[in-house]
Design a protein around this ligand. Structure first.
Ligand code: F0G
Length: 460
């Protein structure tokens, strides 16, 4: 019997509870943009039709996660919900210490407060914005060492998130004493949601061993990364994703995690590691700002929902649908002439705004211009990942980021294929108006993480 192969991407779930979407007009959205000083983070979500700002905390929980909430035990200390959570984490990431936090950046702040500081340098394939900010806040330097293909939107390398192992070796040879930890972000969010291969992780481990350095994973999208390994890396195609995840974890000494991504939480995170001394210092800081070590910044019920979410994140039917549906959006955009970073990433599609709007100088923020147009024309909220996000230097000067991208991040299990078909239609209208779009200038901005709160004014 032959197994039919279907083109339709069937969502491996059906809808159990619905949320209304509010339809708006272009005139209403133009006004909302003006009120928000053209910063999409300041637009009320009620004025957004399809929200692709982030895949973080915006996913739909499953029936079993809602049920798990009811099982939560809210004891201040020693809650059984913590044990359930810790066991679910260590089933995939067998580290000795698991420290819950309210979200990923809290884990980052605690870890870098302990191991960072002036004169230190932290390498990563590409730091996410909060990771970079937390490194720099301690006075340390954050260095991105992704392979050259990872900076080229057109390279078809299957693992564009890979670390440049030679560059890492050079850095550790020259400044090894200043490096407290080497980080690898899986998948590489700021570089296009691109995966890191097992082979590369093994090589990074080798360099860390040679120099006696700790290796940590920024593991938010670990399941998507493992699925890419399974589907792209020679010899991995028959493996269980959970098994691949355990191999990745086994190569590392610790991890930071935003549980708002692959673990299917609306809130949550953790720090996990083997080193007793670092763990002890981190727990002290945890108690100072997050809470007792058996709940971190979370309720017992959140811990239970995450434990359940972790089991769902590594299911093959889910991951096959997840990666295919993101690819569907990317391919459809390519077909209408929108330049997107290829291969298509796991959690998001990244449009190359610099290529799509060549008449807008990088210091006039082509990504911001494109994101504003997608919102005004169709109520689709996206996120600039480019010169607005990364252009401000620690010394207060500004320079173009290596790429000007606009990210369409896809919340997990939240939108259907017809929502995505609508997004593609909106993009089509934006293509038609591309030549008329104008850049922006920043009229007001904070000292760090300016993209969240800066105010913009249109140019021309
Ligand atoms: N690391 C990576 C790779 C991330 O993508 C994020 C968050 C964090 C760390 C921080 O985690 O938000 O729980 O504090 N990324 C979200 C995004 C915000 O939209 O990509 P957090």
């Amino acid at each position: 019997m032959t197994e039919p192969v279907y083109r339709t991407i069937v969502e491996p779930f059906r809808i159990h509870s619905v949320e209304p979407l509010r339809m708006t007009t272009r005139a209403q959205r133009r006004e909302a943009l003006e009120v928000a000083s053209y910063n999409l983070f300041k637009v009320a979500s009620a004025d957004v039709m399809i929200d692709l700002l982030t895949d973080s905390g915006t996913g739909a929980m499953s029936r079993d996660q809602w049920a798990a909430l009811q099982h939560g035990d809210e004891s201040y200390a020693g809650s059984p919900s913590f044990t359930i959570f810790r066991d679910a984490v260590t089933a995939l990431f067998p580290f000795r210490h698991v420290i819950p936090t309210h979200q990923g950046r809290a884990a980052e702040r605690i870890l870098f407060s302990v191991v960072g500081g002036p004169g230190k340098v932290v390498p990563n394939n590409t730091h996410f914005d909060t990771t970079r900010a937390n490194v720099e806040y301690t006075g340390a330097e954050a260095v991105d060492l992704v392979i050259a293909e990872g900076r080229d939107p057109h390279s078809d390398h299957p693992f564009k998130g890979n670390m440049d192992v030679e560059a890492l070796d050079r850095l550790l040879t020259e400044r090894g004493a200043d490096v407290p930890v080497v980080f690898v972000t899986i998948t590489n969010n700021s570089g296009g949601g691109q995966p890191v291969s097992l082979e590369n992780l093994h090589a990074v481990r080798g360099v860390c061993d040679k120099h006696g350095k700790l290796l940590f994973l920024d593991a938010c999208r670990f399941a998507e990364n493992a699925w890419f390994i399974r589907s792209r890396e020679p010899g991995q195609g028959d493996r269980d994703v959970a098994d691949i995840v355990r191999e990745m974890a086994g190569l590392a000494d610790g991890m930071t995690m935003s549980a708002k991504k692959d673990p299917m939480g609306n809130i949550g995170g953790w720090l996990a590691l083997d080193d007793d001394d670092i763990a002890s210092a981190c727990r002290d800081l945890l108690i100072l700002t997050e809470g007792f070590p058996t709940y971190g910044g979370l309720a017992g019920r959140d811990l239970e929902a995450l434990a359940q979410g972790l089991t769902e994140a590594v299911q093959h039917d889910y991951l096959r649908y997840r990666i295919r549906s993101t690819e569907y959006v990317g391919r459809s955009l390519q077909e209408i002439g929108v330049p997107v970073v290829s291969p298509i990433g796991g959690h998001a599609v990244y449009i190359d705004a610099r290529e799509m709007l060549p008449h807008i100088d990088p210091l006039e923020y082509p990504g911001q211009a494109l994101a504003a147009a997608l919102y005004e024309i169709g109520g689709v909220r996206t996120c600039e990942i480019g010169t607005v996000m990364f252009g401000m230097q620690p010394d207060g000067t500004e320079k173009p980021a290596s790429m000007d991208l606009v990210r369409l991040a896809i919340p997990r299990r939240t939108y259907t294929q017809s929502h995505m078909d609508y997004v593609i239609e909106v993009a089509h209208y934006v293509v038609d108006e591309a030549a008329e779009l104008r850049g922006f200038r920043i009229v007001d901005q904070p000292r760090s993480l300016r993209h969240f709160s800066a105010s913009f004014a249109p140019l021309g």
